[in-house]
Design a binder for this molecule. Sequence first.
Ligand code: NDP
Length: 332
Amino acid sequence: MHEYSASEDRYSQNSALYRRCGNSGVLLPAISLGLWQNFGADTPIDDCRKILRYAFDNGITHFDLADNYGPPPGCAERVLGQILKQDFSSYRDELFIATKAGYDMWQGPYGSWGSRKHIMAGIDQSLQRMGLDYVDLFYTHRYDPVTPLDETLQALVDIVRAGKALYIGISRWPLHALKYANDYLRSRDVPPLIYQGRLNLLDRAVAEEGICDYCAENGIGFISFSALAQGLLTPRYLNGIPQESRMAKNGSLTPDKLTPELLAYLKELSAIAEKRGEPLAAMSLAWVLSQKGVTSVLVGARSVEQLSQSIYSLNVFPDGLADLPLYGNKVF
Ligand code: NDP
């Protein structure tokens, strides 16, 4: 592909794009790009490159990774590292790059969860794969019910002190543990920047648990992962399961999720979006962005077209979002 020079207009296209993350100094784009899927060895690197360039050209400065994203695990970080080097080397200070550790990465007793041993090796391996000296944000990827919280949290503090990450994030911890983490980290002058959890029209459990309120009241940002419910909150599955879709291809979204009740709800939502004259995906994301405490939504994209519909959520009319019907059953 031709040499990359970022669009001169990347920061002037949408003034609504940036939002303050909690009470920190950091502004994040309302739409952030996740590299969980579509950045593995099964995707040509130029397809990945197109999406990253399009994101950045549209002011999306925040890319979200984890050590295990691929497939195979580690591949998304390697792909990003290669593209950073080739396309974005002069834009490093304009990017906010996150990664995580805590899920299965290597064999044996230290290859997963929240021990200091795992977390310390995890950050070093991630930095090496991405070819970076530091990440902007480093997360504990999941709650470990066995490892003492102090052990995990002190490892995070030490990672910041060592200059390997600028900020710390918490992903998928229950409220009681988030509260403990907030107290622990603040008392060591490393306040948590952000919490990452799933919030969308199909899954409001984090809000119901009180996590969004807690974040809002304690100056912690909140970013929703799978903000489109892995594609369910788009027209993708309204008329069957397309061959190339996530549901047809891998195990993270299985066909049994698409019950008649869910399909009826998605069709109802789609009719509302059509009446409003907005893409279903954009309207669904705008709903998440209107929720208390939410800083940003993390979306995935297999194409520039998909990402452009997500970015369109910034143009969605706010009136009526609060009246959208909510799905009452459990999907995930
Ligand atoms: P989404 O809910 O945005 O789903 C993305 C998928 O939806 C796309 O790959 C595509 O699937 C489909 N899609 C998107 N836009 C459209 C459109 N306009 N029309 C039709 N289909 C569309 O996000 P992800 O589930 O990918 O998660 C986003 C990010 O959140 C991840 O990359 C990761 O960074 C983070 N995450 C974090 C987790 C954690 O534990 N902390 C867990 C999960 C995710 P298709 O392949 O069918 O085209």
